[in-house]
Write a protein that binds this ligand. Structure first.
Ligand code: ADP
Ligand code: MG
Length: 487
């Protein structure tokens, strides 16, 4: 059997040999086992389902929250002669129906979809009469509400798996804490003997440093200093928590005639895409971004990741700096730490956990003004909820929670509240537990920032990885070494 996998690797994918763990996962998945797979970005997770998919009868259904990267994947597979397709909100209705027909006829080896398809009856109908041999959840950490990148559309993933009659399932992610791993298994209803395959997460080429900073001006100066001479050598990402800070920073760079592009959630899709493409192609060396940028981005030569504001957890931080130095060459990660920025993250946590009364008010507004809500979206709700603070995103949180519970159904022109906010879904205890949990994660990050121990070791301990030796290149390791003496 292993001989034929190698054959498929060479014949279909034109690759010479397997990378670490790929063969083990492929063997297991092909034979009909489910598994959780944790491998760093760029290590080749896609092959672990693509290869079985071309060797098995039926369709492999791949769920991914990354609309932007789907087309690329499908184009690559088609070029290799694989019958692959995708369905997401960018696909026109006629085209979508055509693809669903293909799925029903068994003409597709691989179909990529976004998780919001789970809400669409026509998709579920198509899936019912298709032969789905394997299910794959890419970026599976997005399933967990304990993860730093929770996508509520994933709420019904367990039901979907059941509806497909529990096909062998692969859940793939680059980073997951112990509780996120447990949550993924639980949501997918994996049984206890489904194994976890994982590669060590160590990134020894990242030199991490934390710098205490007191003002935006100082941040900009330090960032520019760190980026000096960067142009043409490689690329840099500068991360922000707030769009307003990002804009101010961008102004400073512009005044100093430092070329850069920006990326955040308030930009139109077209702008986001062009920023991302210019950065990926190396036409623009610097991108200023919120955490909305980066998931699934695999650019080998990012030489620096600078955090201009403190992120919300060690896992968010590790995921973001993980975009540096993919090529294995040295890369620099600088966290510009202003204590005052911690309050921003504390506000985020507050807004991520609105109380029941707030959610009920949102529900009744939607139920009473369905058409208007569909036209104006969250803005309408925000206006009605006497919304003062520009950064308050409780409305979005409430909507996301309603979607994840499956009691908000949206069509093109209407929105419907299809259930009640029961005590089992949301209650004061659940709310405080969730909030405390997020606060603890923030606190762990602050402790790590203030620690004098090796930065890398601190991160691996957080993910309960095996002990490693000190990295030798972070600020703390360098401070612990005696200064070099010139003779
Ligand atoms: P991940 O999903 O883990 O981030 P991908 O599946 O996107 O990574 O793969 C990253 C790159 O590695 C792709 O360009 C892919 O073609 C390449 N790759 C994967 N497996 C192999 C292999 N066995 N040999 C050579 N290149 C590979
Ligand atoms: Mg991937």
């Amino acid at each position: 059997m292993s001989h034929s996998f190698r054959q498929a690797l060479q014949d279909t994918f034109h690759l010479e040999q397997f990378r670490p763990l790929q063969h083990e996962v492929i063997e297991h998945f092909f034979a009909g086992g489910s598994a959780l797979v944790i491998m760093p970005t760029g290590s080749g997770k896609s092959l672990t389902y693509q290869l079985p998919a071309v060797s098995l009868p039926g369709t492999t259904l791949v769920v991914s929250p990354l609309k932007a990267l789907m087309k690329d994947q499908v184009d690559k597979l088609r070029a290799l002669g694989v019958r692959a397709s995708l369905i997401n909100s960018d696909v026109s209705r006629t085209e979508r129906e055509k693809r669903q027909e293909k799925l029903k006829r068994g003409d597709l080896q691989i179909l990529y979809v976004t998780p919001e398809r789970f809400q669409k009856q026509e998709f579920l109908d198509a899936v019912d009469s298709a032969k789905i041999s394997r299910l794959v959840l890419d970026e599976a950490h997005c399933i967990s509400q304990w993860g730093h990148d929770f996508r509520p559309e994933y709420g019904k993933v367990g039901l979907l798996r059941e509806r497909l009659k529990n096909p062998p399932t692969l859940a793939l992610t680059a980073t997951a804490t112990a509780e996120v791993k447990n949550d993924i298994r639980e949501k997918l209803r994996f049984d206890a003997n489904a194994p976890t395959f994982s590669l060590p997460i160590a990134r020894p080429n990242l030199a991490i440093e934390v710098e205490d900073i007191v003002s935006l001006e100082e941040k900009a100066e330090t960032a520019i200093e760190r980026l000096h001479g960067h142009d043409g050598v490689g690329s840099a990402i500068i991360y922000f928590a707030l769009i307003t800070t990002l804009h101010k920073f961008s102004d400073v760079l512009r005044k100093k005639k430092i070329r850069h592009v920006v990326y955040h959630g308030d930009l139109p899709e077209k702008m986001k895409r062009s920023s991302q493409e210019d950065f990926l192609a190396g036409r623009e060396p610097i991108i200023l971004a919120t955490p909305a940028f980066g998931l699934g981005v695999d650019k080998p030569d990012v030489r620096a990741v600078i955090h201009a504001e403190v992120p919300g957890s060690i896992e968010a931080y590790f995921q973001e700096i993980g975009r540096a130095g993919r090529d294995g060459l040295p890369a620099r990660c600088v966290l510009l730490y202003d204590q005052d920025d911690v309050t921003t993250q504390m506000e985020f946590i507050e807004w991520a956990n609105p109380d029941g009364e707030y959610i009920r008010k949102v529900m009744s507004l939607i139920a009473g003004h369905s058409a208007r809500f569909r036209q104006e979206g969250a803005d309408f709700l925000r206006e009605q909820m006497s919304y003062f603070n520009k950064r308050d995103y409780r409305v979005e949180t409430a909507l996301n929670l309603l979607r994840s519970w499956g009691i908000l159904e949206e069509t093109a022109d209407r929105a419907e509240i299809t259930g009640e906010l029961t005590n089992a879904l949301w209650n004061e205890e659940l709310r405080t537990t969730r909030k405390r949990h997020q606060q603890e994660k923030l606190l762990k990050l602050i402790r790590w920032i203030n620690s004098r121990a090796c930065r890398q070791q601190g991160i691996y301990q957080y993910f309960s990885e095996v002990e490693t030796t000190p990295c030798g290149i972070c600020d703390n390791c360098r401070a612990a070494q005696p200064p070099r003496v010139n003779r």
